[in-house]
Design a protein around this ligand. Structure first.
Ligand code: HEM
Length: 480
């Protein structure tokens, strides 16, 4: 990585230090040495929404915070301020090299677990202006090539297969068996990944987002797999994201293609899995939510939108960097400062939601896909995976009920997101429906498939002598 040579002294100025929060509040429990709230660690991760509210009460719509390693940043809490920072791209850069922290020694790039989230890469996330447009045009074209009906059909097949694997037992843990698999299965097929490469990639990509000590190694493995995919697709292109990126007139280098494949995989997987888990948790824990769905007062897409407002899959979005000194939300921001979009905090800002319990499912103005030129280009695909998968699950298992008291549900949290670790449910045992997919579905015309043609529709049976499929290896790897 090339690091910028900014001339900034380390900042420990009182201006950036927080007023001391009152003892007992989450901001106090999670404070660093100078009183600035830590946006990481057990206290911050247990109840992030309360921490955001404490910070809002202490600082207003923009608050100073510390990231892992006590790296300094501003957390944007206000709805309007989030939109401002996301849309004023000339004032707030998306290029991490603008950050002064590289030259102040605030971070060790070789070891910091923040690197996968804030390190510079040759992708559209880290670019501004014309360069961003060039890269982003290739990404949007590669996603727009897919016909939504084709994607739905493939998700249908995946969802039924996943449900078949547990429906006879009358119980299942839905995060492990369903919500974390369906998005990954869909995305690796959209990318054009070979069956052989998929299982380890699933594991590495799941690990990468957890910001553990193995995250850097997982990142390296994901990159190596995608480099191989690019080599394969140069020789034998298909109808997939990798081939579309390679062929796009924007002229992406192989390195840029690899980084955009990685981006699509990581940006699309965890977010969509989180969204599905959060919707299903609401179904099994909130009788009003379930009743509205069952009674038709709220459609499933609307239920998904409500959850996007209340529990954004990405709670904090990295990062913007001030191109010059400026003021936002009453805070003096210095050139090179890092700002984080507080999507979850912005979505519950009283300025836009005076009554947070009032339904907002008809309204798509939430911040969960961000805003401005970097707004999520995969949001339609994310919504399709969530809508289709949940619809099939609830149609096949309409009686699912939480198998443990709600108070026993646990989350794995980081600065950026909060993941339900398990959603154990019970239901009346049912027969699998695999036989309905035993024959391949009629092949639609190539331009309408929405998915690579070589993808298997069903798991080959070991009994018929078919070579072991990646489904089998995936199951072995994940101890199905
Ligand atoms: C519910 C699911 C999803 C959510 C909540 C979500 C949310 C987001 C957010 C908050 C951003 C950051 C925007 C910014 O920096 O301002 C983003 C960027 C991005 N997302 Fe998504 N996303 C989802 C699904 C997907 C899917 C399925 C794909 C791909 C198929 C995808 C591809 C991308 C890409 C490529 C970017 C970078 C765009 C850029 O920087 O120009 N996302 N997403």
């Amino acid at each position: 990585m090339t690091l910028p040579a900014h001339e900034h002294a380390p900042r420990h100025s009182p201006r950036h230090a927080a007023p001391a929060p009152p003892p007992g509040c989450p901001a106090h429990a999670a404070a660093g040495p100078d009183g600035t709230a830590r946006l990481y660690g057990p206290a911050a991760e247990t109840d992030p929404m309360s921490l955001y509210e404490e910070l809002r009460a202490l600082h207003g719509p923009v608050a100073p915070v510390l990231l892992d390693g006590d790296v300094r940043a501003w957390l944007v809490l206000g709805y309007t301020e989030n939109r401002d920072v996301a849309t004023r791209s000339t004032q707030f850069s998306r290029d991490p090299r603008v950050w002064h922290g590289w030259s102040t020694g605030e971070i060790d790039p070789a070891t910091s677990p923040l690197m996968p989230m804030i390190g510079w890469r040759p992708d559209c996330v880290c670019a501004d202006g014309e360069e961003h447009q060039r890269l982003r045009s290739a990404v949007t074209a590669s996603l727009d090539q897919f016909d939504h009906r084709g994607i739905r059909r493939r998700i249908n097949g995946f969802a039924h297969q996943l449900i078949d694997s547990f429906c006879e037992r009358g119980q299942a843990e839905l995060v492990d068996r369903f919500t974390e698999h369906l998005p990954m299965l869909t995305l690796i097929h959209l990318l054009g990944m070979s069956d052989e490469a998929a299982p380890r990639l699933v594991q590495a990509a799941r690990d990468l987002f957890k910001a553990t000590e193995t995250s850097l190694a997982s990142n390296a493995f994901v990159i190596a797999s995608l480099e191989q995919l690019v080599r394969d697709k140069r020789v034998a292109p298909g109808q997939d994201i990798a081939s579309a990126l390679l062929a796009h007139p924007a002229g992406l280098t192989d390195d840029e293609v690899v980084n955009h494949l990685r981006l699509v995989l990581l940006a699309g997987y965890e977010t969509t899995a989180n969204l599905m888990s959060n919707v299903l948790r609401m179904v099994v824990t909130d009788p009003r939510f379930r009743g509205s769905l069952a009674g038709g007062q709220m459609t499933l897409p609307e239920a998904v939108e409500q959850v996007l407002w209340d529990e954004p899959p990405l709670m904090v979005c990295p990062s913007r960097y001030a191109n010059g000194d400026t003021t936002i939300g009453g805070q003096q921001i210095r050139a090179g400062d890092m700002l984080l979009l507080g999507l979850a905090a912005g979505n519950v800002d009283q300025a836009v939601r005076p009554d947070p319990s009032a339904p907002v499912h008809h309204n798509r103005a939430h911040l969960s896909f961000s805003a401005g030129s970097h707004e999520c280009p995969g949001q339609d695909i994310g919504r399709i995976i969530a809508d289709t998968g949940i619809d099939i699950l609830l149609t096949r298992l309409p009686d699912i009920a939480l198998a443990v008291p709600e108070s026993e549900l646990t989350w794995r949290s980081s600065t950026w997101a909060r993941h339900l670790t398990a959603l154990p449910v019970t239901f009346a045992p049912r027969s699998p429906r695999t036989h309905q997919f035993a024959s391949p579905l009629p092949a639609p015309p190539p331009q309408q498939t929405g998915m690579p043609e070589e993808a298997p529709e069903t798991e080959p049976s070991a009994a018929n002598g078919a070579p072991a499929s990646w489904w089998a290896r995936l199951r072995a790897l994940l101890r199905w």
